[in-house]
Design a protein around this ligand. Structure first.
Ligand code: ADP
Length: 193
């Protein structure tokens, strides 16, 4: 398993699991949210642009995000595989990722759908607001992020399901338990193929 996507609502634990899976499979975890936050912190041009969207819980425009991912995937460490966390999030981004991979004759191995109910994700995000002080973890912005996720990103799961790529994993429980669940599901898939 070397070309993986992680999809799920804000607060499902994608970032935490992405780090664990990247280690387990020896591939880089690439989080568009982390890359944007790094740029915001360093006040780059990209950061200034991204911040205006992120602070409102809106998605950064596709053209900007697509260029960023295209560039990141061209780096040497992503040649033998990657785990994308938080990309693609729109239908346009799905098309772009297909183009990027097809140009090199590559394809995705699996899409991990991490589930968590709304009450739990809101609770986690409000808790993270206290612990990490992320600018987009206020109650109002959290609500908007969840709406945008439902409208733009949740429908993408059926696109990948139609390709037979989706494995659905319950994101509730201890971090290690969830990681073990994902690895088990990915391994079951590999041996079935
Ligand atoms: P979460 O999934 O918990 O909301 P992320 O760290 O993945 O957090 O993303 C934070 C913000 O970064 C998003 O709300 C959005 O503004 C921006 N962002 C991240 N990934 C994308 C993407 N693929 N397309 C557009 N915007 C993105």
């Amino acid at each position: 398993m070397s070309r993986l996507l992680l999809i799920g609502p804000p607060g499902a634990g994608k970032g935490t699991q992405a780090a664990k899976l990247a280690e387990a499979y020896g591939i880089p975890a690439i989080s568009t949210g982390d890359i944007f936050r790094y740029n915001v912190k360093n006040e780059t041009e990209l950061g200034k642009l991204a911040k205006s969207f992120m602070d409102r819980g809106e998605y950064v425009p596709d053209s900007v995000t697509n260029d960023l991912v295209r560039d990141r995937l061209s780096h040497e460490d992503a040649k033998s595989g990657f785990l994308l966390d938080g990309y693609p999030r729109t239908a346009d981004q799905v098309g772009e990722l297909d183009n990027i991979l097809e140009a090199d004759g590559l394809a995705l191995d699996a899409v991990i759908q991490l589930t968590a109910d709304t009450d739990e994700v809101v609770r986690r995000l409000l808790n993270r607001a206290i612990e990490q002080g992320r600018a987009d973890d206020t109650e109002e912005v959290i609500r908007r992020r969840l709406e945008v996720y439902e409208a733009e990103t949740a429908p993408l799961i059926s696109v990948y399901a139609a390709r037979g790529l989706v494995i659905m994993v319950d994101g509730l429980g201890a971090i290690e338990e969830v990681t073990a669940r994902i690895i088990e599901a990915l391994d079951a898939r590999t041996s079935a193929n």
